[in-house]
Ligand binder design. Structure first.
Ligand code: ATP
Length: 448
């Protein structure tokens, strides 16, 4: 059976990954069956209903004969008990895809069954990139005989079905989606809501010993730890990376308050799966894009320290949008400030009300040409315009030139791909260090 869960936490407590860890441990220790490594999927990062990182979880359990009902009851009971139901914005959802349905979806040979896998894949991808309705989750669940359990308005069914879909697709085709790992470490209950005790020096040491197989544990440029949340949730810290042994090695090196438990997740974090490239048609709010264009205004710093510039899009002759690097992106803004009109760039980020919130930017071609009034060949001074479309003249020397002069200027910015630093990175965004390790593209400028 595959079980997906979402929307159990609030800003004042709980975390759906913790609920998942409690269930996985309890099911394993109670001999209910054999469990998979759980999945933590990050869904559309622009969704207004999210508490923090729009995460949802799933796991697979090969249930011991005759215990299916018990497993479902236990999951429902834990959700009811641990979810922050008093919070208006907490609307839990759970899906159960039983063995028969998983088999039909995964191993099916008929067109209809293959279609089922495709529908789950589409649902997961839409949950990451689009905005879905609860009805869409109900409708697919009833079509594929997926058992649902929800509380209050049950919005969590969207994330629960998306997380379960990710697991079904990944089990059928492990290479289908890029993935990484996160080792989550949880606090003892009596400490929830109190300041976290983590020895800073040991974290820097753990990072030094395991980077770049682990990343986003610390932010070097901003001298900050980024492995621990600041909310009163049960998470002590999480170590992200691409190698399980490196995650555990880092964990061993970190000195901190005693942990209640830890749980390893396979996750879509750090993969950029939310980005829509090659979009046709109009840009939609709450979607994240990769867009080519040319810088259409000099970048300017506005109130609050945010840096904005206009971009004219390559694929839409008439469209001009704004791009913004918010103040929390810190040093990333220095690269943005060095852009000039005419630079060819590719921007990566989420779109809302005509503005892209920058996560990355590729400077594809710098504009090194500046057009200036020509110099007079006699006196060397810059000539004046002789009137619209009538060239340039030097009144004193009576010289004339038809066109402006093209001057080649030096640029402080280098071409290549730039990213926001770890302090400002979305969970789902791919750090450039991962691209460096994959040997993906030249001219990368990782924030570290
Ligand atoms: P945390 O990261 O701490 O677990 P969260 O940020 O995941 O919290 P949730 O409490 O899970 O926030 O709330 C997100 C809600 O948005 C859930 O109900 C989920 O089902 C729903 N949701 C997720 N993705 C989409 C989507 N693409 N369209 C519509 N609703 C979505």
């Amino acid at each position: 059976m595959i079980i997906g869960i979402d929307d159990t936490d609030s800003r004042s407590g709980m975390c759906t990954t913790y609920l998942c860890a409690v269930l996985v441990d309890e099911l394993e220790q109670g001999g209910y069956g054999t469990l998979s490594i759980p999945r933590l999927v990050r869904l559309n990062p622009c969704i207004p209903f999210k508490t923090r990182g729009n995460g949802a979880v799933s796991f697979a359990i090969r249930i011991a004969a005759g215990r299916e009902r018990e497993v479902k009851e236990l999951v429902k009971a834990r959700v009811q008990e641990l979810a922050e139901l008093h919070d208006e914005e907490t609307n839990p959802g759970v899906v159960f895809i039983d063995e028969a349905a998983v088999h039909a979806i995964s191993k099916g040979v008929s067109g209809e069954e293959k279609g089922a896998m495709q529908k789950l894949k589409n649902f997961y991808e839409s949950a990451v990139r689009d905005v879905l309705s609860i009805e869409a989750a109900y409708s697919l669940s009833s079509e594929l005989n997926i058992d649902c359990f929800g509380l209050k308005n049950k919005r969590g069914l969207i994330g629960a079905l998306a997380a379960a879909s990710f697991l079904v697709v990944q089990q059928a085709d492990p290479s289908r989606y890029d993935f990484t790992y996160e080792l989550m470490v949880y606090r003892e209950q009596e400490r929830w809501g109190t300041p976290r005790v983590i020895d800073e020096a040991s974290v820097w040491h753990a990072d030094e010993a395991t980077y770049p197989s682990t990343w986003d544990t610390v932010d070097w440029a901003n001298k900050k730890l980024v492995l621990a949340p600041h909310s009163p949730c049960p998470v002590l810290f999480g170590i992200r990376g691409c190698r399980v042994d490196a995650l555990y090695h880092a964990y061993k090196l970190i000195r901190a308050e005693p942990a209640e438990r830890e749980m390893l997740f396979i996750t879509n974090q750090g993969t950029d799966v939310h980005l829509i490239a090659g979009v046709q048609g109009r840009l939609q709010d709450y979607h994240s894009y990769v867009l080519d264009g040319s810088v259409d205004s000099m970048p300017r710093t506005i109130e609050g320290g945010h840096v904005v510039f206009a971009l004219s899009l390559s694929d839409w002759a008439s469209d001009r949008i704004e791009c913004i690097a918010y103040e929390p992106t810190k040093g990333f803004r220095d690269h943005i400030r060095k852009l000039r009109k005419g630079d060819e760039v590719t921007v990566y980020g989420s779109f809302k009300r005509g503005t892209i919130n920058l996560e990355k930017i590729a400077v594809r071609q710098l504009n090194v040409e500046v057009r200036k009034n020509p110099r007079c060949e006699h006196c060397g001074k810059r000539m004046e315009s002789a009137g619209r479309g009538q060239g340039y003249r030097c009144k004193r020397c009576k010289t004339y030139r038809a066109d402006k002069e093209v001057v080649i200027v030096a640029r402080e910015l280098e071409e290549g791909l730039y990213e926001v630093p770890p302090v400002a990175r979305r969970h789902i965004a791919k750090p450039l260090i991962r691209m460096c390790m994959d040997g993906e593209i030249d001219h990368l400028h990782p924030s570290r």
